[in-house]
Design a protein around this ligand. Structure first.
Ligand code: ZN
Length: 183
């Protein structure tokens, strides 16, 4: 049986993701959280890939509560002919239904693209704890890019934010979609 330090050393030596991240990670705790974020963002990316396959702008989201995914969604604006059918909105509705609650306190949202003003507003209303997003959106982003709705102290709830988890993968998928659209 290995002790904790041996396990940490073993992971450091063998985990390709850790090796890739070692330049900006100092402690195992940070590594552990990054790994967890990576895991859930992977699930959000699967949602985004589903959107891509259905010829929708590829954005996916999952909401996590106590280590379980309680809601997920992908962009369905075209299919539903509804400009509000963003991945985050669908994930919020699904999570509220799962938890049988109008509030999402204690939940984290993983989304492949920075939320827009509408979604950021809905997330504030949901009282969610944390948003983890991958790619930034310089045209519509409302979590720090052009607005910072989720941390605006004039509103009655602020949300912690983490950016950049699997940014390259999310950006690549969006790029692939827009290249296909231009053809
Ligand atoms: Zn949105």
């Amino acid at each position: 049986m290995k002790n904790d330090i041996q396990i940490v050393d073993y992971i450091k030596a063998t985990d390709p993701y850790y090796l890739q991240m070692t330049t900006n990670i100092d402690t195992f705790d940070t590594f552990f959280f990054t790994k967890q974020h990576h895991h859930y963002m992977q699930q959000a990316l699967l949602e985004a890939e589903q959107a891509f396959m259905e010829d929708e702008v590829p954005v996916g989201a999952v909401i996590v509560h106590n280590g379980h995914i309680v809601g997920k969604g992908y962009n369905q604006v075209e299919r539903l002919k509804d400009p509000t059918a963003h991945a985050e909105i669908l994930a919020i509705s699904a999570a509220c239904q799962t938890l049988d609650s109008k509030l999402l306190s204690g939940c984290s949202l993983y989304v492949t693209l920075e939320p827009c003003p509408m979604c950021a507003g809905a997330l504030v209303l949901s009282r969610l704890d944390r948003i983890i997003y991958s790619a930034t959106d310089p045209k519509m982003g409302a979590c720090g890019s052009i607005y910072d709705i989720i941390q605006d102290t004039r509103l009655n709830h602020q949300i912690e934010v983490i950016q950049g988890i699997m940014e390259n993968e999310s950006e690549a998928l969006l790029k692939k979609y827009f290249q296909r659209k231009r053809k």
